[in-house]
Ligand binder design. Structure first.
Ligand SMILES: *Cc1c(COP(=O)(O)O)cnc(C)c1O
Length: 361
């Protein structure tokens, strides 16, 4: 069974990237590995607009999302919530036994910088979590506006999730003053799952040095110590390092600006087509994601039936809505390696399958 993924993660992985992984294993303490690891740094730092190291963690993004709480939260964390992933981050903080406050917005509404300022002004917090692009509902918050507020609170370490946005638009870590920037492999970077990235500021490292019970696997200080030797704390997922090397070469060849423009263009093409069929965007106007579109099922079609036709006749799948939004929304990814041609073909399939799709019961 072979079909193409247009769900917002994991997404389709190119033949080139898949082939890049099929290489002999090397020892993770060998000079070959050190060369591989160090060779990845400039490309990763360019993607994150940072001078800080970018650590590589063999885990999905949740590993470093949870692990970061262990490293920087001594007092209390403010969890900004506007969708499934950001809601869960609060749950994870509480499971970790951290003091945590939920700053809630409706799913699809962006995180309001003024509400963040008001809460941080209480002085109760030493860390904050923000998801830049809430994949569950296709809502992209205004990161520069949020970081402008956070820079007023230098004792609050910012942990920013860019899992489904990094490389699709500029996220200028150092310029914005982001302390911890997190991403993952299987979303906007179009790699298989299993590798995550985190770049940690000096300020966040200093904080970690003073926080007890950081554990081992996600300890920033272990990452830093090993980074200085061109290595990872434990045996990493080496095939994905090869995939990353290949992917960073692709990104360099395309050029960042061209990559950003491509994402914006393809995102708009999908949006224009779906709008022409009478649907509306689910997130608040002006805050739609650039890597996926989450549409409200305002026409009342049977989304599951549509997706079934797409899969059986057109060999592709979209997403039928996340969690409580199942059937009420649908999501279509345009992140990664999509081109004008692949998106045009997608739109043709969507159109053809939609003509056969019944209304929801
Ligand atoms: C997918 C996703 C995650 C979780 O990633 P895993 O790789 O499943 O751990 C976190 N945040 C966002 C915004 C995501 O889209």
């Amino acid at each position: 069974m072979s079909y193409k993924l247009f769900i917002p993660g994991p997404i389709a992985v190119s033949e080139k990237t898949l082939r890049a992984m099929a290489q002999p294993m090397i020892g993770h303490r060998s000079t070959d590995f050190v060369a591989l690891y160090q060779g990845l740094q400039p490309g990763l730092q360019e993607l994150m607009y940072t001078q800080d190291p970018v650590y590589l963690s063999t885990s999905s993004a949740w590993g470093v999302m949870e692990g970061s709480l262990h490293n920087v939260v001594a007092k209390k964390v403010l969890n900004c919530m506007n969708g499934a992933f950001s809601d869960k981050w609060n749950d994870v903080a509480l499971r970790d036994g951290k003091q945590a406050t939920a700053l809630k917005f409706e799913w699809g509404q962006p995180i309001d910088p003024e509400a963040v300022r008001k809460e941080l002004a209480t002085g109760a917090y030493d860390a904050i979590t923000i998801i830049h692009n809430e994949t569950s509902c296709g809502c992209m918050s205004d990161l520069p506006a949020l970081m402008k507020v956070l820079r007023e609170f230098p004792d609050v370490i910012s942990i920013i999730d860019s899992v489904s946005s990094l490389s699709a638009m500029p996220i200028k870590k150092d310029e914005l003053g982001i302390d911890v920037l997190i991403s993952g492999s299987q979303k906007a970077l179009a790699m298989p799952p299993g590798l995550s990235f985190l770049s940690v500021s000096k300020r966040a490292l200093d904080r970690a040095a003073k926080v007890a019970n950081r554990g081992y696997y996600f300890d920033y200080l272990e990452f830093q110590k090993n980074h200085e030797a061109g290595m990872t704390p434990s045996t990493p997922v080496i095939p994905l390092f090869y995939a990353l090397k290949s992917k960073l070469e692709d990104i360099k060849a395309e050029g960042l600006e061209a990559r950003y423009a491509r994402h914006a263009r393809l995102n708009q093409a999908v949006r224009d087509f779906i709008f022409s069929k009478g649907f509306k965007l689910f997130p608040k106007e002006g805050y739609g994601s650039v890597t996926l579109n989450c549409f409200a099922n305002t026409v009342g079609i049977d989304v599951a039936a549509w997706n079934k036709i797409l899969k059986s006749k057109h060999k592709l799948v979209i997403d039928g809505g996340y969690g409580k939004l199942k059937g009420k929304t649908f999501r279509i990814s345009n992140m990664g390696d999509e081109t004008d041609e692949t998106i045009a073909a997608l739109i043709k399939s969507l159109d053809s399958a939609l003509a056969e799709t019944p209304k929801a019961a």
